[in-house]
Design a protein around this ligand. Sequence first.
Ligand code: ATP
Length: 144
Amino acid sequence: MCDTYRKAVDCMSDLTQRLEIVTPEKKVFSDEITFVIAPGAEGELGILPRHAALITPLKIGLIKFDHEGNRIIMTVSGGFMEVRDSKVTILATAVERLDEIDIERAEAAKMRAEQRLAAKTPDIDVVRAEAALKRALNRLNAKR
Ligand code: ATP
C-alpha cells in the first residue's frame, strides 16, 4: 500500500514513463524515467507513471528527474507540459542543464534587467525586464 508520497515513488519505481523535453532550438531529452518534477504555473508538480492526463503552463524554475542513476536538474524559462498515456512532454522556451549555464552571461543579463527596472523611464518594458531578471536569477540560483 502506497500511503505516503515517498512510498508512492518507491512503489512505482519499477514503472517508467517517457519524458520528452523540446525547445524551439532542439530536442533536449527523450528517454524513459520514473519520476519528474516541473514548475507548474500553480506550483511544483511531481509526475509519476500513470498520472492523469493534464496540460499546464510552466513557470521559470527547475525540472528534476533521475536518469541512469544520476539526478538531472535543468533550468526552464517557461513553456507547457503535457501528460498523457504515461508520456510527459515539455515544450519549453529555453532549457539548460547545469553544466550549460554561462554564469557571466546570466550575471550580465541580471545587471541589464536591474538597471532597466531602476531607470523607471517610460520607454522601459517593466514586464519584460522583470521576466529577464527572473530568468537570470533562476540560472544563477541553480548553479549555487
Ligand atoms: P540573454 O539576455 O543573456 O540572452 P535571456 O534570458 O534573454 O538571456 P533566453 O531568451 O531565455 O535568454 O534564451 C535564449 C537562448 O540562450 C536559449 O537557448 C537559452 O538556453 C540560452 N541562454 C540564455 N542565457 C543563458 C546562460 N546564462 N547560459 C547558457 N545558456 C543561456
